[in-house]
Design a binder for this molecule. Structure first.
Ligand SMILES: *Cc1c(COP(=O)(O)O)cnc(C)c1O
Ligand code: SF4
Length: 435
């Protein structure tokens, strides 16, 4: 019986000659048979690696484990595997042992910006909550490589409880992002428990889940899982497709199930050298995503995590890709290109320049074709919304008027805040004045 295609059939038979379609599409069967060593990898794909290379790869595996679902493995083109975008994301490379001069263990300071274990609270109104330490496939480019797949990094029930308590006692949090690892590797029951606890917190408006299962384990999206998720709307899901080849019939089915269940879907891609660092590939990817009701959300510049240098591209490559998307294709198919600031500054968007110049009454802009145009500013304009004080005087017409406290650059722009500059603590000038 054909499992899905001949390649999957051949792999399934090598894993277990008794495998039937139902097993292959059972996410637990897939997890029981994840490929975790090089010999099995070679056997299933019928490829042979050099012995000397294998030895070096073992060293890589001792630091960063290997795990590939049979499904994701079946997407590799064994005939040209060295150039294959699936292979490069899934199979270790000796380059991972090379730590570049500027690379760090935790470049995003996720551990420093953590008020309680498992929570990263970086932005005013939202938190990242790491609820699971495992992934079904260990992406070689993972920014949390230091942790993912490390058995000891799986959060305990107490740690999860601690995270929930932190969200409960922090009323400014209106958006909770469940991440990991991959939250969908938790059982339906545990996920149900976490979601119900978070949903019960009155100030939490939205819950988001980041998962790569639609890409590497699409069979995880079961009717039972959807029954759980449906109880906790509004719930947004972001997934992680990096290459159009990952959008297979199985992946499409998983996406359709979630979209049909009313879950808004987004996608976060990482810009990866030799995998998707081309305007043509990225355009194809975003088109396939929107065809499957997934909105491209972020395109990430690859982080400065240790051992990722071979995946990194210059920022210019990302800008070139954005130049090839903006205006050239549907606005909602264009992701936001971001660099996650080393040191914990958060995501910073990067764009080609469209504002060419301006004067007091005109701005000069350019479009994607290179047309240069002007926009005439209004002759008279008075801003009546100036911040909290004025808003309250005129009644801000919001249902639930809230004190608005500007921070950051917004504070410099506010007419109601006397701050005229933001100055780093440790400038030479500051040090001198304290002497
Ligand atoms: C990415 C991220 C978020 C969510 O950021 P959005 O821009 O709202 O998607 C929240 N917290 C942390 C620590 C993050 O890294
Ligand atoms: S799915 Fe995400 S967390 Fe898991 S290995 Fe891949 S990038 Fe890392």
């Amino acid at each position: 019986m054909a499992i899905y295609d001949q390649k999957q059939q051949a792999i399934a038979e090598k894993i277990d000659p008794e495998t039937i379609l139902m097993n292959w599409r059972d996410w637990k069967w897939q997890l029981q048979h994840v490929v975790q060593d090089i010999d099995t990898f070679e056997r299933l794909l019928e490829i042979r690696l050099e012995d000397s290379e294998k030895q070096k790869l073992e060293e890589t595996l001792a630091r960063f484990p290997l795990s590939i679902t049979p499904y994701y493995l079946s997407l590799i083109d064994a005939k040209d595997y060295q150039n294959d975008p699936i292979y490069k994301q899934a199979f270790p490379s000796v380059s991972e042992l090379h730590v570049g001069e500027f690379e760090m263990r935790d470049p995003l300071h996720e551990e420093q910006d953590s008020p309680v274990p498992g929570i990263t609270h970086r932005y005013p109104d939202r938190v990242l909550f790491q609820v699971c330490g495992m992934c079904s496939m260990y992406c070689r480019h993972c920014t949390r490589k230091r942790k993912v797949g490390d058995e000891g990094a799986a959060p305990s029930r107490e740690q999860l409880q601690g995270g929930i308590e932190y969200i409960k006692r922090t009323p400014s949090i209106r958006d909770v992002l469940l991440s990991g690892g991959d939250p969908f590797l938790l059982s339906d029951q545990v996920l149900d428990w976490i979601l119900s606890e978070v949903r019960r917190i009155p100030h939490v408006e939205v819950i988001r889940i980041g998962t790569r299962t639609p890409v590497v384990l699409p069979y995880r999206i079961t009717d039972e899982l959807l029954m759980v998720l449906k109880k906790y709307y509004p719930l947004w899901i972001n997934t992680h497709f990096n290459h159009p080849r990952e959008i297979t019939e199985s992946a499409k089915l998983a996406l359709a199930k979630m979209a049909d269940a009313g879950i808004p879907l987004g996608n976060q891609s990482v810009l990866l050298a030799g995998i998707n660092d081309s305007p043509v590939i990225m355009k194809k990817l975003v088109h396939k995503l929107v065809q499957n009701r997934v909105r491209p959300y972020y395109l990430y510049q690859c982080d400065l995590s240790e051992g990722l240098e071979h995946f990194r591209t210059p920022v210019g490559k990302g800008i070139e890709i954005m130049e090839n998307l903006i205006g050239h294709t549907s606005g909602f198919a264009v992701p936001t290109y971001v660099i996650d600031a080393p040191g914990g500054g958060g995501k910073i968007r990067v764009l080609p320049n469209y504002l060419v110049s301006w004067s007091t009454d005109k701005v000069v802009l350019r479009n994607y074709e290179g047309v240069i145009t002007t926009y005439q500013e209004p002759q008279t304009y008075e801003s009546i919304y100036k911040g909290s004080g004025k808003n309250q005087e005129i009644g801000d017409k919001l249902e639930e008027a809230q004190e608005y406290k500007a921070i950051g650059i917004a504070k410099l722009l506010s007419d109601l805040d006397a701050t005229i500059s933001l100055i780093p603590e440790n400038t030479e000038r500051m040090t001198r004045s304290h002497e």
